[in-house]
Design a binder for this molecule. Structure first.
Ligand code: FES
Length: 105
């Protein structure tokens, strides 16, 4: 399956320490600004699908789900703390000018 880049928003919309959810072709994707480094992750916790952007807490590159406390590394999607078991999908992200582009497919 091929991937394509989708423009999801402007860099200024996601400030350092923020997570903002975007609907990218029906997929809930959170753009994360971890102290100036941008990442794109699934916005749905792999435990019970809570929104990480809405309810989670970001510290550095670690997001803690607000529902039951699972933790993920936003750079890799790796689970750092239960109850989640499955890693979080991550998406390649590029900044072009002041546009955020996320690769989906
Ligand atoms: S839904 Fe995220 S930890 Fe349960």
């Amino acid at each position: 399956m091929s991937t394509r880049s989708v423009k999801v928003g402007k860099v200024g919309a996601v400030r350092p320490g923020d997570m903002v959810a975007f609907d990218v072709d029906g997929a809930p994707i959170a753009v994360v600004n971890a102290d100036g480094r941008m990442f794109a992750i699934s916005d749905r916790c792999t435990h019970e699908e809570c929104s990480l952007a809405a309810d989670g807490i970001l510290e550095g590159t670690v997001v803690t789900c607000g529902c039951h406390g699972a933790q993920f590394d936003v750079a890799t999607g790796r689970v750092l703390a239960p109850p989640a078991v499955e890693p979080l999908p991550v998406y390649p992200l590029r900044v072009v000018g002041d546009d955020i582009l996320v690769e989906v497919g």
